[in-house]
Design a protein around this ligand. Structure first.
Ligand SMILES: Nc1nc2c(ncn2[C@@H]2O[C@H](COP(=O)(O)OP(=O)(O)OP(=O)(O)O)[C@@H](O)[C@H]2O)c(=O)[nH]1
Ligand SMILES: [Mg+2]
Length: 284
């Protein structure tokens, strides 16, 4: 049996992407938000095109979901590339002040250029973009310290583009999470599904949970404490799910086991886990 590809490009995302493109010409700064657990797979392939000559601020959100060592290694990789990154936890409000300062500094540059051309200063306009559910709206709420935009634990919450005035110096545009129309890289698509950064209609829970188990075993995450079965008793993630489902309490319900494992991972119940590390850090 071949696994059906993971694809998700609902109408609201197609529309949002079109509106995003229309709004880009109004924008001075692009704040790109990625998921710290999958910093490679949550990079949108069109980001460079959207940024063009605008300022680009890279935010790695959900920093609470990865171990400190992973953060250190990513930080090293980005600084080797000469890039500044902002690590944030939009839920607890960590890293927000530095991000705000960076956006304001980018705005000052915009206004210097305007003054040079004899124009009046205006608030900097920054758009917040990224895959669904990475925490874009939560970041905006944190920047304002109040709940101005809807933010909830599932992909596809923000449906409309919306401008929010943060201060006299900065305005932010909240956008719906965007996804490429075709996910060519199915390994990345699988990780987006594991992290809940893509709509559930795109995939089968059991297949995604099986892939999650394969990755977690590779990363030496201890699963037996929670699910009773030792992964070394089986040869694959899918077999693991069958074995757990065979326990009395699950009555053979594969979907229930799959949802439990995914839920546990997404809620951090299996610990802080980075599913992707910088290339060099992976080498022995
Ligand atoms: N643990 C943790 N949870 C976070 C963090 N940032 C956001 N969340 C939670 O993740 C969920 C998704 O956040 P949203 O702000 O709705 O994500 P979004 O990127 O706006 O999603 P869409 O609008 O669907 O594209 C919410 O329940 C947030 O509370 C974080 O840094 N750590
Ligand atoms: Mg949102």
């Amino acid at each position: 049996m071949t696994t059906p590809p993971i694809q998700w490009y609902p109408g609201h995302i197609a529309k949002a992407e079109k509106q995003l493109l229309e709004n880009l010409k109004l924008v001075d700064v692009v704040i790109e938000v990625r998921d710290a657990r999958i910093l490679k797979s949550s990079q949108h392939p069109k980001i460079e095109k959207w940024v063009e000559s605008k300022s680009h601020i890279l935010v790695c959100n959900r920093i609470d979901a990865i171990p400190a060592i992973a953060k250190t290694q990513w930080l090293r990789q980005f600084s080797d590339q000469g890039r500044t990154v902002y690590f944030t936890d939009a839920q607890a409000g960590k890293g927000i002040v530095d991000l705000l300062k960076a956006a304001q500094a980018a705005g000052e540059k915009v206004n210097e250029r305007r003054r040079g051309r004899g124009m009046l200063p205006r608030p900097v306009r920054a758009v917040v973009v990224g895959f669904p559910n990475v925490g874009k709206s939560a970041l905006i709420n944190r920047l304002l310290n109040k709940r101005v935009v809807a933010s909830a634990n599932r992909p596809g919450v923000t449906r409309q583009l919306r401008w929010i005035r943060i201060s006299d110096q900065i305005e932010l545009l909240d956008t719906p999470g965007v996804i490429p129309p075709l996910l060519y890289d199915q390994d990345a698509a699988m990780k987006l599904a594991i992290c809940d950064d893509i709509g559930q209609a795109a995939y089968d829970n059991v297949l995604v949970a099986a892939a999650a188990v394969d990755l977690l075993v590779e990363l030496n995450v201890k699963l037996s404490d929670r699910y009773e079965i030792e992964p070394h008793q089986v040869t694959s993630g899918i077999e693991y799910i069958h074995k757990v489902a065979a326990l009395n309490k699950f009555q053979g319900d594969l979907d229930k086991v799959a949802r439990l494992i995914l839920h546990d991972f997404r809620r951090g119940r299996l610990g802080a886990i980075a599913l992707e590390m910088p290339e060099l850090a992976m080498a022995p």
